[in-house]
Design a protein around this ligand. Structure first.
Ligand code: DC
Length: 226
């Protein structure tokens, strides 16, 4: 039987544009492994705070990132980055960690480290990976690139519904203007505006675009569902 190499579906976009919802849905429909790269940056931000490292000191953050003890694991179809054998699931979502993460994510050595780890995820098979630089920096070679966005009012409403008050315009600006791996539309990406679309509708657009380029994925999914 012909062995195909794993597929990578890259989903980038602004905060609260529906990246996680869509990436999880697409991964589940295609039977691919889901990777939330934001959670990896959040884990480092949490670990810096826990270790009392100054997040405004790029050298100190880079030093910590060089020596922390981590392991990638795939649990129920999702990749987790464990630190000292622990995945800080709730800790990485606190307001304190959210405020710290853009500083940590702007450190070039951190981004180099993350790139290697994120590329290692291919060992778990075909991936749906969400983030800010997946189509531009992590897997620029994939032909399945998506950039999600929605209008600011709708994105703010979504965050509020999750109980999070956040200045999204400020965060987008910081993510787009940093000098290393800024958020941008990857070359060749399909831009999906999720304003007014249900997750099922936007996910359908994404899956249709994937299977148009790679019809064999549709066949594989049909066989899997049998
Ligand atoms: O997607 P998120 O809100 O969990 O991301 C947390 C932060 O990490 C956000 O400020 C952007 C940053 N990030 C990044 O710089 N690159 C990624 N691939 C993923 C997230």
């Amino acid at each position: 039987m012909k062995k195909t190499s794993p597929y990578v579906i890259a989903i980038d976009g602004t905060s609260a544009s529906g990246k996680s919802t869509n990436a999880k849905l697409v991964a589940s429909k295609l039977g691919f492994t889901y990777v939330d790269t934001g959670a990896m940056f959040r884990t480092l931000a949490w670990y810096c705070l826990k270790s009392r490292i100054d997040i405004h000191d790029p050298k100190a953050v880079a030093q910590l990132c060089k020596k922390w003890k981590t392991k990638l694991m795939c649990i129920e179809g999702k990749v987790r980055l464990l630190v000292d054998g622990y995945f800080p699931e709730s800790e990485i979502r606190t307001a304190e960690t959210s405020a710290a993460v853009p500083h940590v994510a702007a450190v070039p050595k951190v981004r180099e480290w993350m790139k290697l780890k994120q590329r290692d995820c291919i060992d778990f098979g075909s991936l749906v990976m969400e983030g800010r630089d997946i189509g531009t920096q992590i897997f620029p070679e994939t032909e399945h690139k998506f950039y999600l966005d929605a209008n600011l009012a709708e994105r703010s409403k979504r965050r509020e519904a999750e109980g999070v008050q956040e200045d999204l315009a400020k965060r987008d600006q910081r993510d787009s203007q940093r000098s290393t791996a800024p958020l941008m539309v990857p070359l060749g990406a399909l831009v999906v505006n999720t304003s007014g679309l249900s997750p099922e509708e936007s996910c359908r657009l994404i899956i249709d675009a994937i299977t148009e380029k790679a019809p064999e994925i549709k066949e594989a999914c049909k066989n899997q569902a049998r």
